[in-house]
Design a binder for this molecule. Sequence first.
Ligand code: 3H9
Length: 701
Amino acid sequence: MSRAAETSSATRINPVVELRRDGEIAVLAINSPPVNALSAQVREGIVEGVRQAGTDARVKAVVLHCEGRTFFAGADISEFGKPPKQPMLPEVVDFIEASSKPVVAALHGTALGGGLETALACHYRVAVPSAKCGFPEVKLGLLPGAGGTQRLPRLVGPERAMDMITSGSPVSAKVAKEMGIVDEIVDETDLLASAIAFARKLVAENRPLKKVRDLDDKIAAARGKPEIFEAFRKANARKFRGFQAPEYNIRCVEAAVNLPFDEGIKLERQLFQELVSGEQSAAQRHVFFAERQVWKIPDISDDTPTLPVKKVGVIGAGTMGGGISMNFANAGLPVTIVEAKPDALERGLGVIRRNYESTAKKGRMSMEDVERRMELLTGSLRLEDLADCDLIIEAVFENMAIKKEIFSKLDAIAKPGAILASNTSYLNVNEIAAMTKRPEHVLGMHFFSPANIMRLLEVVRGEKTDKRVIATAMQLGRQIGKIAVLVGVCHGFVGNRMLEPRQREANRLILEGAMPWDVDRVLYEFGFPMGPFAMADLAGLDIGWSRETSKGETAREILCEQDRRGQKTGAGFYDYDENRNAKPSELVEQIILDLSDKKGITRREISDQEILERCVYTMINEGAKILEEGIAIRSSDIDIVWINGYGWPVYRGGPMFYAEQVGLGKVLERLRAYEAKFGADFKPAALLERLVAEGKGFRDL
Ligand code: 3H9
């Protein structure tokens, strides 16, 4: 037998875990693509590997190493909500920590959630510089449930632990080292060899087994000081509003400080179970998978060729055009912005510069970056200057005649193969495309205001749009940091089409008996950042209104006539103080009472439940029609539109997911009841009727 064979060996424990031996160091190697999530098979393999290494007298230390792109990215999220499989992660981490031989975690990629918890149960941790560590559980409506809430504070102190655990944001290896999470940063290209060398050194120096659970110095100072946690709750109250998980996470960290380790673990376990079986986490896990589904389009794959986009043109330097341009400049793409008049162009470019400068003032960008981005933006007064652009996005006034004229001109100017997109929020993209000889290169790219900030992009597929053009727009969306959702042509696409029934009901409710602040309160309490009337005040009540054509038939028209045009005029549906705090207005109340009277409506008491159902169930009904007509590919795409474009609360999973949590049968029954009372606007979608009759849900489609 050769010497090499004597000093090294490999045992396959199961299809995803292998135990190798390199002299006195055992390497427990995991390979479970794509992200080495801690599935039942992985957990089982770890326990068996640590056990075998423990009983092998030749082994003095163990290195835990993941192959592929990352160390464990966490528990396997797809296992939640299903019958538990042994061994559970808390038992696995305890088993590792109890090993009589030191275990070294070798971190690369993203050591997240249960992955970081596994690392914290190891006796030492080394990481490559590009590695990241974090606890993203809160984003799934959860808490680190395998000892993370108890071990992290012992390593980094309660304040930093609360920050990390309640934000869900990962930290770099460098920061992790400074905080004490990582013991040593090793060569980027040589993780495994460095980790083995580190383990050998431990053995040679006879270093003790370092157990995080035994540490006390970082938490001792906070013991018996509830004010630390109260202050944290208060400082983050706005951010945490409506979410259950942040508070549960804080309670666990508080327990880590005040209770013995095992008791803290008991509380963590109990609260984790409560969260994982609750509605909020189910909704947030749905969103996690839904966000990844949007990129999957039945007739387009990774093999669909895309068109090169190296230069972008934007028509319109207003709020939308400016915001859209910033997205591309941020991604390093040159943009030509065309405006009709010099002063409008100058104003538009000025606004962009001020936006960047204000970001720089907040320390989130350097002044050099501001200049670099501004250099990528070229203003022009001539459409002809767009001739060398690969993608041209029209972002002018929402008027079909103007858009048609622009597209017919663009067709003559743009180079062959260039993509022509409209940022229209309602109009028929097929009609716009028909103005060109290249309808297969025309589509909608509907951004949301402020376009440089909002994550949503509706990519509107015309009946003739080429697959390569769709694939290119979706990929560009990703490149500029958007979540792009593919939708079909209809009035308002997915988002604005569903907004309409909500707006209609809100307007009716105030005539029937509610006040704007009642409707707003109900929707705010549901979890929206603001209700429809506060939103209208923010946007400006005079959008699309003019004194000449005003008929004075709606509350909005009357308010505009009285120069109450929203926040910008200090008054709208609400009165505003100098800090833009909203206050209900007696004047508005009287306007609404008079209007009800004038329309012969007898006002009545309207319950919060009715407000919610009429605003939200009509949206769901419209969503069902959108699915029925094939405007959205799947119900979860609709959820993503509403969460990212309209502030639907993440913890309610989106309107279609929420409908299933309420029960489609119940939604149908209420729609029928309202239909009987108020008429055809509540007529249930045929799809909803069919799904209920078949006992199915939107997700079964
Ligand atoms: C937890 O750990 C609880 C514990 O504290 C307590 C337990 C008791 N599970 O995002 P990508 C899939 S909670 C299952 O496109 P990237 C994902 O769906 C967990 N599947 O890649 C996708 O599948 P598909 C805490 C997962 O490079 C594929 O992997 N951890 C998981 O842009 C590729 O993902 C987290 O919350 C998972 N944990 O980003 C981390 N993770 O190809 C969640 C991913 O079929 N994960 N998949 O669509 C992430 O943040 C990102 O996936 C990551 C990679 C940054 C890792």
